[in-house]
Design a protein. Structure first.
Length: 221
């Protein structure tokens, strides 16, 4: 049974803060007002968050930690793992689009928050880039950073459609990311060929050489 005296979770405090920012402005809202609205003390707020900027990006901090943990595990297809991680982020914000839209409006109206958002987007891209280089030894760094950047850009494009009021299903992002993999030549063909003593492989010219080597290794294992 939950402790009734325990402070609300970080997500609840962040949601209360976003509501206040949307209603009366980021600069006009004090930490004391946030704490009162969330039902916590001022000291509890500062234990949970470093300040008002941090509370706006609380979801992202948790998502970044979750993505790092997910990508620290072994995955049969590293390219697909990056795309699945991106879809997980989209799924999180699509679960409460109204809150996500209010946050988006707040960030757009405050220059310091827009700058923080740019840095946060780069952190997602960096996690994907670092993971691909670890998971695919010998991968050309240009392929790693290019794929990470394109996945991040496509994700942000689809997410912004949701944040601007469209009804966007998760399948829209999945199809778009499939196209990203297709462009890099790393989207598996439909169906797997039957096993045999002879392996004949054909790969798109644009496929990174490290991915060619990985597929050949898996086929011959």
């Amino acid at each position: 049974m939950a402790d009734a005296s325990a402070p609300p979770p970080r997500a609840a405090v962040a949601a209360a803060a976003i509501e206040l920012f949307a209603e009366q402005g980021f600069e006009q809202t004090s930490v004391e007002q946030i704490a009162q609205a969330a039902g916590v003390s001022r000291s509890t707020f500062f234990r949970q968050f470093g300040g008002k900027e941090d509370v706006v990006f609380a979801d992202h901090e948790e998502l970044l930690r979750a993505l790092a943990a997910y990508l620290a595990r072994d995955h049969d297809d590293p390219w697909a793992a990056v795309c699945e991680a991106s879809i997980d982020v989209f799924r999180h914000f699509a679960a409460d689009p109204q809150l996500a839209r209010r946050r988006y409006a707040v960030v757009r109206g405050v220059p310091v928050l827009r700058e923080r958002e740019i840095v946060t987007v780069f952190r997602y891209e960096r996690i994907f880039d670092d993971y691909l280089r670890r998971a695919l030894p010998g991968l050309d760094p240009v392929d790693a950073v290019g794929f990470a950047a394109l996945v991040t850009a496509v994700h942000n494009h689809v997410l912004r459609r949701l944040l601007r009021g469209e009804r966007v299903a998760q399948t829209v992002l999945r199809r778009a990311l499939d196209d990203v993999r297709r462009r890099f030549g790393v989207l598996p063909d439909e169906g797997d060929a039957a096993g045999d003593d002879i392996v004949v492989a054909a790969f798109p010219r644009r496929m990174p050489s490290a991915e060619v080597a990985r597929r050949l290794r898996d086929a011959l294992a």
